[in-house]
Design a protein around this ligand. Structure first.
Ligand SMILES: *Cc1c(COP(=O)(O)O)cnc(C)c1O
Length: 345
């Protein structure tokens, strides 16, 4: 904790814990005249109950097999990414080391927080982790390093050994974004949390759990880092209806759906290269495929014309010629295939 404490911005490390009158009231149903709410019950007239949010945190912690004090729930993982910058990076002074190509929010949040970003290209075509380059790029002001595994948009996952080596060797906070971990055949970095205080693992309910519209992201880290996130976040970052809906949906077993998506991914991965417009499909541990095409703009436009919307990544350095295609339902994937086949004619 001491070495991590040195990485925290001085103003954040000095924050005094803030609590509301209601946090301090331990009774059941009091007369709530403390928060200037409308007193007439309509289901959402009160600010979100901390007890209910705690219930969600405990439920997610149980599912993830982690102590609740090591878990933060945010308004999407995007909130957790922003909190990494706000907690650790001094604007105009510190920097973040980020793999490229990867998820855009690491850069967006760096820019918003006036933090220098140091982009390190993945190995061309294999998208392997350039471990030595990542470490060489870091200096004494490198507070954060972002690794996404499985990586968006390349689809590949990194070995726990490589992640562990970075956690061990990097002097700042290693953030491993595992938004797609439920689709992956490789183990994630969660198992390393007990061993490395400078590790933050991000996950989300937005992808495999099918709750993108609810906006709930997870950060897993040491209890100290989680306590900092809880101090810096907006007081009521997740709404009452969202918490209740998430609690309800977390009772569902997502494994059959995830298995079907993975099977469809593997089927498409094998099938797409037969079409003349497809040069290569990269192996994927996620719920999308990175597809190298002869004419990405042309194929993109042809798919759009048939009502199939994919992501054009062909102008992203490292992804030249590529479309990123999310795996849909079997029926949607058939439509995708038909549209690709028609384009080839
Ligand atoms: C989709 C995605 C997320 C999810 O963000 P939320 O804010 O939780 O919806 C996080 N990281 C990556 C790399 C993603 O692709």
């Amino acid at each position: 904790m001491n070495s991590v404490k040195k990485l925290v911005r001085t103003n954040i490390a000095a924050l005094k814990p803030y609590s509301t009158a209601r946090d301090e009231y331990r009774g059941e149903l009091g007369v709530l005249l403390d928060a200037n709410e409308n007193p007439y019950d309509n289901g959402v007239n009160r600010y979100p109950s901390m007890a209910l949010k705690e219930q969600l945190r405990r439920r997610v912690a149980a599912i993830k097999n982690i102590a609740a004090e090591r878990l933060f729930l945010g308004n999407g993982s995007d909130e957790a990414i922003d909190l990494c910058y706000r907690v650790f990076c001094e604007p105009g002074r510190d920097n973040a080391v980020i793999i490229a190509p990867s998820y855009g929010m690491y850069s967006v949040c760096a820019d918003i927080n006036a933090v220098e970003r140091r982009m390190v290209p993945l190995e061309p075509d294999s998208f392997a982790l350039p471990v030595a380059r990542l470490l060489e790029t870091a200096d004494a002001h490198s507070k954060l390093m972002f690794i996404c595994s499985p990586n968006n948009p390349t689809g590949n996952a990194y070995s726990p050994e490589a992640i562990e080596f970075l956690a061990q060797s990097f002097g700042g906070i290693l953030v491993v974004d595992e938004a797609y971990i439920d689709f992956s055949s490789k183990p994630g970095a969660q198992q390393l949390l007990g061993k490395y205080d400078n590790l933050i693992v991000l996950q989300t309910l937005s992808k495999a759990w099918g709750m993108a519209g609810l906006r709930i992201g997870l950060a897993m880290a040491s209890p100290y880092i989680i306590s900092l996130f809880r101090q810096v976040k907006y007081p009521y970052n997740i709404g009452t209806d969202t918490i209740a809906e998430a609690l309800r949906r977390l009772q569902e077993d997502i494994r059959p759906q995830v298995a079907e998506i993975v099977a469809e991914r593997d089927r498409l991965c094998a099938a797409l290269p037969q079409y003349g417009s497809v040069l290569k499909v990269y192996p994927s541990d996620a719920n999308f495929l990175l597809v190298k095409c002869t004419d990405p703009r042309g194929l993109y436009a042809a798919l759009l014309k048939e009502g199939v919307i994919v992501r054009d990544r062909s102008t992203v350095p490292g992804c030249e010629g590529c479309l990123r295609i999310t795996v849909g339902t079997p029926e949607e994937n058939v439509k995708l295939e038909q549209a690709i086949r028609n384009y080839g004619r």
